[in-house]
Structures are given as C-alpha cells and as structure tokens.
Design a protein around this ligand. Structure first.
Ligand SMILES: [Zn+2]
Length: 695
C-alpha cells in the first residue's frame, strides 16, 4: 500500500540522457553483421574487480564500437540493412552495453575507487554514444538505406533517423560541437547529482523507548550503542518502517526531515546547472523548453497533450482523494482535536493507524508471511507461469558481489536470457530499487541479460527479511521491467529491444505486474508463515485487500505532485528558480497535509536525472497498466490465455513497433481511463472483491 514512487526507477532510461531527448531517446543496439567481433556481450566484472580491469573492459568495447562505425562508413555501393543498419546497431549496442554495466557498477561497486572509476567511464561511454548520434556521416548512410519490408526493422530505422534529427545532426559543425558539449555536461551533472544522493546517508539517534510500535525483528537489529542510543539511518529498510510504525512523534518528525534533506544543500547548484544545460540545449534545438524537447518523441507527444491527459486524471482522482483525506483527518482529530492539518511527516503513520481502525488490518500482521526468500521464489514463479517461461537458478556465474543470485530464463528448451538479483542493502551500494539491462539482446548472437538492484530487508544471517506488503509490490514492479527486457530482447537487432520503446511506455509492464499481488490464488503459492509454514489466511487476505483500496486516489495525487514538480523544474528559468518554493507550491496543490519547513525533497529526487521532465510516465502508464490488467479473467488470472496474448502482443515486440500500436493490438482499441476510474472508485468503499485463481 505504501508506495515510494520517488525511489522507484528503471535505470536504463538514464542511459539516454545523452544521446537525444532524455528518454528513450537514443536508439540502441547491438549487432548483426555476423562477422567481426568475437567479443560480443560479456561482463565488466568477469575480468576482475579493480578500476584498471574495468577501464580495460570499457575501452575494448568502445573500440569495438569504433570498428563497427568504420566498417559502416567504408561501405562502397548501395546501402542496405545488412551493411549499414547492422553495423550501426552493433556500434550502438556496444556503447549501450558498456554504459549500462559501468553505470550498474557505479551503483553497486565494492570499493569507492571502483565506483569513482565506474562513474567516469559511464560518462566516457555516454560521450561516445552522443558523438555517434551527432555523426552526420552515419546519419547520411542510414538515410540512404531503402525502407526495408520488415516492419520492425523499418520502425527501428525510422525512429533512429528521427532521433538523429532531434539530436541536431543536421546542424552546422559549430552548433553540433555546442550540442555535444551540452550533452556531455548534462550527463556529467546528472551523474554527480545522483552520486551526492548515493553517498549521503543520514541518521538520527533516538532513545530505545522511542521505538515503541516497531516490530520485534526491527528492534532486534536496532540495539542501543555504548551511549545508550539507537541509530536509524535514511536507508529504506531502516527509515520506512520507522516512519510508518513508530508511535513517537519526535522520532518520526526528525527522521522524516533528515530523509527529506538528503542531497541538500550540495545538490542545489548542481541541479541548477543541470537544468540550465538542458534549457540551453532545448533552445539551441528550437524548442521553447526542455519539456517540449523531451516529449517530442514520446507517446504523449507534447506538454499540451500531456496537460489534457493530466486534467482527466486530476478530475478522476481529486474527489475520492478529498474523501480519503477528510476521513483520515477526522480520525486523527478524534485522538487530538487540536490538529487542523496532519503534518506531512505523520501521513504514513496515520494512514497505517487508520487502516488498523477502519479495516482491522495491521500491515505488520502480514509481514511474517513475506520472508524475502519465499517472496523471491513466489515472484519468479508467478512471472514464469503468467508468461509461460521457465526461470531456473544458475550457479557458477561470476558476479560483482557474493550475495548476487542468478537465474536463466527459458522458453521450453530455448534460453532467452539471464537475470541477476542484487536485493539487499550494503555499505556503499546505492539506495534505489531499479532494473538495468546488462546486455541487449540480438537474435542468434547475444542473449539479453539484466539486473535488479534493490534494497529489501534480509540478506544477513539469521534475518528472515520479513517484507512489508509494499515491498512485495515493488519486487513485482521491478520484475515486470526485467521480463519486458528479456522477452522483448529476442529481435533481430538490439535496437528493437524493449528498452527502445518510447520512454513513457516503460512503466506500463512493470505496473501491470504489480496488480497480480492482489490475487489470493497467486499469493497463497508463496505467502507462508516463516515459522509455522501456515498459508496466509483468507480472512487476513480479505482485510488486507480492503485496506489496500484506501488511499489509492491520494497516492495518485502524489504522483501528480511529482509530475508537476518535474515539469515545473524543466519549464521555469533555472537561473532564478527557488527550488523550495516550487516544491512547496506543487506539494500544496496535491496534498491536504501540512508542508514541513525544511523539506528539500527535490535535492534527492533522482528521477530529475533519469526521467527529467517526464515523471508523468508513471501516471500515464498506471492508466495503461490497469486497462491491460482488466483484460485478464479475474477468476483465472494466471491460467487463462490472456497471459500469453500479453506476452506476444506487448512484451515480445520490444521496441519494434510504436507503443500505441502494441496497446491497440492487445486491447483491440486505444487505451482509455475506464478501468482506472473503476479502480479509483473501488477505493475506500471496501468493494474490492476477493478473487482466486488456479494455482
Ligand atoms: Zn519502474
């Protein structure tokens, strides 16, 4: 129920902050000329774990890209898909794979030296990708390829040419040099912004007595130090339970505030310079704002069309959200009549208390049914059954850390790819929940593989890793991204892979998979008590599901808040921007709780790097995801034919068709808000029905 959308992310979008419009911009790709390059694929950590081995690996791959470009340019005679698109795809895929792996290591590398080197090499690979997408000779060569009959390849080629034009390839040399310099600045500043957040773990010290309300396993791992105090950090497994369960108001307020000050003030001028570079680039390319530029190649098309869509969402959510918030305030006022507005730092706590009182649902009561290891098996099994694939553990693969687990994905006897799970916090690792490709897929040549980098409970000896309900939903979400990448990575070219679909479709498959959490048949396959082995009782499930309908609408308003902030930061003049003022304005537009002075959340809002102005992606894709989910038979969610149809029509095409085409093929019509509105009206009425499907 509690979502922390600001920390969810698909890392691969960050790959594109350089090449072209920030999202999905760059084209992609990998390889096809069935020649040269034995060095396809592979992993940066296989050769060693020092900064030197990483650098050597990156340089070898950049050379591979250079060689492919040289081959492309050396072609004599007629341009074809085989001699030109294939070579381009190989070059770009070498760059993207390199950048993706350097970026993963920048988040998970074992030492500071390795992370520093990985950050620098991510910039280097990004700069090479930018250079490729501003290379007029490559553009000219691709333009000369006759449009191929294969619809997927044709779409890839046309989209690539569009991205070239958007990136400014047809400008004069001086302008291209300026564009390149700005793109490189954007990457560098964006990475530095994220790095500040990554390195800035804050904490508070509290009295042991202030931990009242927190569950026993939390208390067991939070013992007083020599001075008698308990330390609570801003790491998600530390902070989120405390904000939700601690009865002590002083603890909640202090912790919430330090959590909302991560990155501040260090990121203030860094963010300003990032936004200024984006604005300058947008102006140089003829766009009024960065948002206009960043939406030009997306499903939504423009800020004007986005405004229409957001109005519909606002109309759908505002009424129900107001009812939710009014009920919550009345509930709090029964306990303390002096409260006029709920403090923003107390919202999670009071929502939890409200759910306990009104729905007889204590979210701690289900945690014993969600120990990490069982949830991992359950999420994997659910995805495997739904998408008709087999997902089997693999041993012996070298990874970047001993705690990383690996699985291979099969369709019958055919291997589709490999997944890497790095799921628990550790010193020096980033604090997000994200999915990243490691290698893009090229049919017959390179299997796709990808990683989840998360911060779930567990991972240490003796800790069962009891997860919150919302953690399980996040796991499903990220696994949805991973399945999209693997199943959609089986096309002829890497550039036809899932990651190259319009960026504002990328959160639809992930949010669709979240919905499967609400099915009792699905849950009972893995939700067993970690001590007794008892199945999650149906009666508890019913209370949980009813409680979940509460706060759906206000959660959606929160998404509109992040959407508005990301748009405002990318449309207002950066030089004079007061980040706090903008943030407070957008906060108050979408919340009835009281804004807290000193809230600098924007300083750790890393989506401002990866998604730039386009945070709306989550809201747009929630609408699409619910429309998708409504096509499944609620009585037979997993076992019916819809899962396979979804796999074939939405996931498997990857980026080989426009997203709107995939949506239309699956739904048999364009998307609409009907399912979203039904879902919203279900909320708070407790009308969600219990469904169960075949196991
Ligand atoms: Zn996501």
């Amino acid at each position: 129920m509690m979502r922390i959308p600001s920390r969810l992310c698909v890392r691969w979008l960050a790959l594109f902050t350089l090449g072209a419009p920030a999202l999905a911009g760059l084209a992609p790709a990998a390889t096809a000329a069935a020649d040269a390059v034995a060095a396809t694929g592979g992993h940066a950590w296989e050769a060693g774990d020092s900064p030197e081995t990483l650098e050597a690996w990156v340089n070898a791959h950049l050379k591979r890209a250079d060689a492919a470009v040289a081959r492309l340019l050396a072609v004599k005679g007629a341009r074809t898909v085989d001699n030109t698109v294939a070579a381009y795809d190989e070059a770009l895929s070498a760059l993207i794979d390199t950048q993706a792996q350097a970026q993963v290591l920048y988040g998970v590398g074992a030492t500071k030296e390795l992370r520093d080197k990985a950050q620098a090499l991510t910039q280097k690979a990004s700069a090479a990708a930018t250079a490729l997408n501003l290379n007029p000779a490559v553009y000219k060569a691709l333009s000369a390829v006759p449009r191929p009959p294969d619809a997927g390849v044709r779409h890839y080629l046309e989209r690539t040419l569009l991205e070239y034009r958007l990136a400014g390839v047809d400008r004069d040399e001086a302008t291209r040099a300026k564009i390149k310099a700005l793109q490189d600045q954007i990457t560098e500043r964006g990475l530095a912004f994220e790095r500040t957040v990554h390195d800035d773990v804050r904490s508070i010290l509290v009295e042991p007595s202030q931990l009242a309300g927190l569950p026993p396993d939390y208390l067991a791992t939070h013992k007083p130090d020599a001075s008698g105090k308990v330390k609570i950090t801003t790491d998600p497994p530390d902070a989120y339970p405390a904000l939700k369960f601690a009865d002590n108001e002083d603890l909640r307020h202090r912790l919430w505030l330090v959590d909302h000050q991560v990155g501040y003030p260090a990121n203030t001028e860094l963010l300003r310079s990032l936004l200024a570079a984006r604005q300058e680039l947008a102006h140089l390319l003829g766009y009024a704002t960065w948002a206009d530029f960043a939406m030009a190649d997306q499903m939504i098309g423009s800020p004007a069309k986005l405004a229409q869509f957001l109005k519909q969402v606002d109309d759908a959510a505002r009424g129900p959200a107001a009812r939710e918030d009014a009920a919550l305030l009345a509930f709090v006022q029964q306990k303390d009549p002096a409260v006029k507005k709920i403090n923003a730092a107390d919202m999670r706590y009071w929502q939890e208390q409200y759910r306990r009182a009104k729905f007889n649902f204590d979210s701690q009561s289900v945690r014993p049914y969600f120990p990490y290891a069982a949830v991992e098996r359950g999420v994997i099994d659910t995805a495997a059954r739904l998408f008709h694939v087999q997902i089997k553990p693999v041993t012996g693969l070298k990874t970047w850390h001993p705690s990383v687990t690996t699985y291979a994905v099969y369709d019958g006897a055919t291997k589709l790819g490999t997944i890497y799970l790095d799921m628990h916090p550790r010193e020096g690792k980033d604090k997000w929940f994200s999915t990243s490709p490691l290698n893009l897929g090229v049919h017959g040549r390179q299997l796709p593989d990808g990683a989840l980098v998360c911060n779930f409970p567990g991972g240490t000896a003796g800790d069962p890793g009891l997860m919150q309900y919302g953690d399980v939903v996040v796991f499903l979400h990220e696994f949805g991204h991973l399945m999209h990448h693997i199943i959609g990575g089986q096309n002829r070219f890497a550039g036809e892979g899932a990651f190259n679909i319009e960026g504002d479709f990328i959160e639809a498959p992930s949010q669709m998979l979240e919905e499967f959490f609400h099915d009792y048949g699905v849950l009972t396959t893995f939700a067993h008590h970690y001590q007794s082995g008892a199945v999650l009782p149906q009666e508890l499930y019913v209370r949980m599901t009813r409680a979940d309908t509460y706060a759906r609408a206000s959660d959606q308003l929160r998404q509109l808040m992040y959407t508005a902030a990301s748009l405002d930061y990318h449309t207002m003049p950066p030089a004079t921007m007061n980040f706090d003022q903008v943030w407070q304005h957008d906060f108050e537009r979408y919340n009835t709780s009281a804004y807290v002075s000193g809230d600098h959340f924007w300083a750790s809002f890393t989506h401002l790097n990866g998604y730039s102005s386009n945070y709306y992606t989550y809201v747009l894709d929630k609408v699409i995801a619910l429309d998708f989910f409504a096509q499944f038979d609620p009585k037979n969610l997993i076992g019916g034919p819809t899962g396979m149809r979804y796999r074939n029509r939405v996931l498997a095409p990857g980026g080989s068709r426009p997203a709107a085409t995939l949506v239309h093929r699956f739904l048999g019509r364009d998307m609409n808000l009907d399912a979203y509105q039904r879902w919203m009206l279900e909320e708070f009425q407790g009308t969600a029905t219990v469904s169960s499907s075949a196991h």
